[in-house]
Design a binder for this molecule. Structure first.
Ligand SMILES: Nc1ncnc2c1ncn2[C@@H]1O[C@H](COP(=O)(O)OP(=O)(O)OP(=O)(O)O)[C@@H](O)[C@H]1O
Ligand SMILES: [Mg+2]
Length: 492
């Protein structure tokens, strides 16, 4: 078995282009949004976490500052120092609540109003997420109070901070995270794409290319796929496909051999039956010979001929065979016509008149055997058409054969004075098994005649508007090569 892979690249069939996106395109389109969704899922908790951490950092710094401020003797800290401490921790005020007392430890440039409070003592995941996003969506610089647990015996500590620096830090964090996740997304998409491409898309393409190639030429065993060694579903599909293609190829070979055989048998049968029918006519005459030995054998001979004809008849339904190419040469038509008359049993049949109107010395460029079969079929049809006529018409029962030449074309006509071709039979007159309106007829005679005439580059048709039926055959001579003529002249 030849391998698909062994085919030269130029001969390998191209798979039909997918109607819209191929597998690779779909994969790429799918990987990018999936990786982006993964990025978003990572970003939302990350930014909330960043926000919480920043707030905790501020509270831790405020705690340290509170310890320092609280440790001052009598709680008195110079204004310049408390300002310095507040600047270093990025806060505007720090206060602490101990028992019932709420103490402002330090303050500098306090805004007239606090815009909102953030209490991180009872912060949930959800409120961290919404809080962080709210802050990012706000604009301008607002003052916020952050409240958190305080060390030691204090109830809580609070610090007032500016929102803007925190928001800008969140923007920076988001931008960095976005760039990193974009990088990861591109890298992951590329890796996933490549992995899927090599694992699935390429083997799938190989399968589709093989299917398309096999479809084009299913009888060619070189188009059977060579399964790879894969153990997965694609490997199984390849092995199954290979087995199926092998079965199909051998089935098709077997079928075409049988079809050819059937067609050949059918054609042989058709002409054999005609020949046997002629022998039957002869044996009919044999029966009238008074010799007792002939009298004894003649009925047996007739019975076996009848059986042979019936056998041929029953096997005629096997279709048409491919005719061999005609072996053409210039032949005189007269002897062929006489043989046809004889074979059709018309030479000895006085009830049917035979008119030979062939130009003297007419030659036809044809295969004599095939031309004989064409004419025999036409003459036999004519005789059969006349058989059905009432005996009173005997005088007008005629078959006429005419032949003439018009330049490089020979024209032969077979006409009879019968009832003419029935309208129903005219529609598919030259198609096999289509038109027989005669009991015992198979409808092959004219189809075979037409096939043989066409193989000569000629034409056969029913001439309209005549009494009875007239079939005209036109056979052109083969074109003569100018070179051959010149060579022949030179030789002469
Ligand atoms: N000369 C004719 N006169 C009247 N009808 C004809 C004539 N020749 C052919 N036909 C009609 O055309 C049909 C087809 O002819 P064809 O020779 O193809 O088949 P067949 O004679 O029925 O069978 P087969 O020749 O295979 O034994 C005939 O059955 C007949 O009805
Ligand atoms: Mg016939």
């Amino acid at each position: 078995m030849a391998a698909t892979d062994a085919q030269p690249t130029s001969e390998r069939p191209r798979p039909k282009a997918p109607r819209r996106l191929g597998l690779s395109g779909k994969l790429l389109l799918l990987t990018i949004p999936l990786v982006m969704i993964a990025g978003i899922l990572i970003y939302v908790p990350a930014i909330a976490n960043f926000w919480m951490n920043r707030l905790n950092d501020r509270l831790a710094a405020a705690n340290t500052a509170a310890l320092v401020l609280d440790a001052a003797p009598l709680g008195m800290v110079p204004d310049s120092l408390s300002r310095q401490i507040l600047t270093s921790i990025g806060a505007r005020a720090v206060a602490i609540k101990m028992g019932q007392q709420r103490r402002l430890l330090a303050s500098a440039d306090l805004p007239p109003a606090i815009d909102h409070d953030i209490d991180i003592r009872n912060m949930t995941v959800w409120s961290a997420i919404t809080g962080s996003f709210e802050m990012m969506l706000e604009s301008g610089n607002q003052a916020i109070r952050v409240i958190g647990p305080a060390p030691g015996g204090a109830q809580f500590i609070e610090t007032v901070i500016d929102e803007l620096p925190l928001r800008q830090a969140m923007y920076r964090f988001s931008r960095n995270l976005l760039l990193i996740s974009l990088g990861i997304a591109v890298l992951t998409a590329a890796l996933v794409y490549l992995a899927l491409h090599f694992l699935f898309v390429r083997p799938m393409r190989r399968l589709t290319a093989n299917l398309a190639g096999f479809h084009e030429d299913p009888e060619n065993s070189a188009r059977i796929i060579v399964p790879s060694q894969r153990g997965d579903e694609i490997g199984v599909a390849e092995r199954e496909l290979s087995d199926m293609q092998r079965d199909l190829v051998s089935m098709l070979h077997q079928k075409s051999r049988l079809a050819a055989l059937g067609l050949a048998v059918s054609k042989i049968n058709h002409d054999l039956r005609n020949l046997l029918a002629s022998s039957q006519l002869l044996s009919d005459q044999l029966a009238s010979v008074p010799d007792p030995r002939v009298q004894r054998f003649a009925p047996k001979l007739m019975r076996s001929l009848e059986r042979a004809i019936a056998f041929c008849q029953s096997t005629l339904s096997y279709g048409r065979a491919q005719e061999a190419a005609p072996d053409r040469r210039m032949i005189p038509i007269e002897p062929v016509v006489s043989e046809v008359r004889e074979t059709a049993g018309l030479a000895s049949d006085a009830s049917i008149g035979w008119i030979n109107a062939i130009e003297r010395g007419l030659t036809v460029d044809a295969d004599p055997d095939q031309l004989f079969r064409v004419l025999l079929n036409l003459v036999r049809n004519a005789a059969q058409a006349l058989e059905g006529r009432p005996r009173s018409d005997a005088a007008s029962m005629q078959i006429r054969i005419t032949g003439r030449r018009e330049g490089a074309v020979a024209i032969l006509e077979v006409s009879d004075t019968g009832p003419g071709v029935p309208a129903k039979a005219r529609e598919h007159l030259f198609e096999a098994f289509q038109t027989s309106s005669r009991p015992g007829g198979s409808g092959l005679g004219l189809a075979i005649a037409a096939e043989l005439v066409r193989a000569h580059g000629g034409d056969i048709h029913l001439v309209e508007g005549t009494i009875g039926a007239t079939f005209r055959i036109v056979i052109p001579d083969r074109p003569v090569e100018l070179l051959t003529i010149r060579n022949e002249r030179q030789r002469a």
